[in-house]
Write a protein that binds this ligand. Structure first.
Ligand code: BGC
Length: 444
């Protein structure tokens, strides 16, 4: 069946010109991704990020640009249900969102029924609107009480995360198409323990960064195993979300550029993470600086699919991040690089499980390049499907402008622009290729 539908797509696609819509298979998930903290803030002020945004960096500056506060961000808790109409307007058949641990379990072992009910009703409303919910269990945020006892710095604490996941899974399982255990463990460890730009704001702690990454990966395996034992567990699709970020030097002749690229690649830990998923062996090692290792034989059997977050590569120049001639920079430190998403798919395909693009998007305040970005990246994803790679979904990051962690509200990734004074959402012209040129066969 898969072969026939791929062949049909191949024939149709070859008849299509550059501007005609891209047609994806019937079961392909077309969605947007968001995290509830970034869109709704911290319901009870009990999360690690509520604490982190009050802190100062090692330089004594605010941890969040302009000392901004997430507060209730762009109103997910108030407007989430009405925003389902926005997903429909875009033609989504799926959505990726997170569950807020600090709202569900504000105190250890005390689970908030109102919040669990909210999520249950939200899933029901999505399904009624023809949109399959997919859920991230950890997207950078967790209760402050968890950090107080050492968070993911201590392997023993994994048990608290497992308990939380079991409660959520038992409540929502029959409604959720895909479960993502942890969003970007490598980004959490790099940003939180080396750069100090994310919670908990520790800087250049290589051993902690390695330990936390190891524990997050082990937590993923434990959650996978424990959820599989629960009713409905065997049928559930459970995976992890990995950010495939790589750096490369602008010039082979620049020792600084080459060193920075090597350093970024070590910290972004793509190689270490992929090796763990493939073999169960984890090695986070720079002689004389850090040596964190473990072996978890169950790891290669701990994912039904892989979620790939892919934005771009980082090109390191003499004075900092740059791009190659003819490339267009986004509002962050990377250029538009569509070939990279194809390469990321090809590389992760060796894990031998279905793949979903769980995040891909552009910060583009002027909305000058969004259309081009979406069109070209989607074209590459489509090409990968035609080439036989088992890619089953694409989630654009993100539905609407929201709180971009340490950068506050300065980055504009949204298909919808949000007016922060009244929270009105307005569809951006640059969203057009996502809305009108990204079609699913049975809906076209
Ligand atoms: C994270 C998101 C973030 C996005 C854009 C990803 O690393 O999962 O939470 O907003 O990148 O920077």
């Amino acid at each position: 069946m898969q072969v026939i539908s791929t062949l049909l797509l191949l024939i149709c696609s070859s008849l299509l010109s550059a501007n005609t819509p891209l047609l994806f298979p019937n079961s392909f998930l077309k969605g947007v991704a968001f995290s509830v903290h970034q869109n709704g803030g911290d319901l009870f002020g009990r999360s690690n990020w509520s604490v982190f945004e009050q802190k100062k960096t090692v330089l004594g500056t605010p941890t969040v640009t302009g000392n901004q506060r997430c507060n209730s961000s762009v109103g997910f808790w108030q407007k989430g249900f009405e925003d389902i109409a926005l997903l429909q307007e875009l033609g989504c058949n799926s959505v990726r969102f997170s569950v807020e641990w600090s709202a569900i379990e504000p105190e250890p072992g005390v689970f908030n029924e109102v919040v669990l009910n909210f999520y249950e009703r939200y899933c029901d409303a999505l399904i009624a609107a023809g949109i399959q919910p997919t859920v991230t269990l950890h997207h950078f945020t967790h209760p402050h009480w968890f950090d107080v006892i050492g968070g993911f710095e201590k392997e023993i604490n994994i048990t608290y995360f497992v308990r939380f996941c079991k409660v959520v899974f038992s409540r929502l399982n029959n409604k959720v198409a895909l479960w993502y255990t942890i969003n970007e463990p490598t980004v959490y460890s790099f940003m939180g323990y080396i750069l100090g730009m994310h919670s908990p704001g520790k800087t250049m702690h290589f051993t902690l960064a390695g330990t936390v990454l190891k524990n997050l990966l082990l937590a993923h395996v434990r959650v996978y195993q424990e959820l599989k034992k629960l009713p409905g567990g065997q049928q559930a699709q459970i995976g992890i979300v990995h950010q495939l970020l790589r750096a490369q030097a602008y010039s082979e002749w620049s020792p600084f550029g080459k060193f920075t690229a090597w350093f970024l690649n070590f910290c972004a830990a793509h190689k270490q993470t992929k090796k763990f998923l493939e073999t169960g062996i984890f090695e986070y090692k720079i002689p004389g600086i850090v040596n964190v290792q473990t072996h978890c034989p169950e790891a290669p059997q701990s994912y039904d699919f892989i979620g790939i977050n892919y934005y771009s590569r980082v090109v390191t120049g003499i004075t900092g991040p740059t791009c190659f001639p003819n490339e267009v920079m986004t509002d962050m430190e990377y250029a538009i690089y569509p070939d990279g998403i194809y390469n990321a798919i090809a590389e992760m395909a060796t894990l031998g499980v279905p793949m979903y693009i769980t995040e891909n998007g552009i910060p583009d305040a002027k909305d000058e390049h969004r259309a081009e970005f979406i069109k070209n990246y989607l074209k590459k994803v489509h090409e990968a499907v035609l080439d036989g790679y088992d890619v089953r979904g694409y989630f654009y990051w993100t539905l609407m402008d929201n709180y971009e962690w340490d950068r506050g509200f300065t980055q504009k990734f949204g298909l919808y622009q949000v007016d922060l004074t009244n929270l009105n959402r307005v569809l951006r012209p640059g969203a057009e290729p996502f809305k009108d040129h990204f079609l699913i066969a049975n809906r076209a």
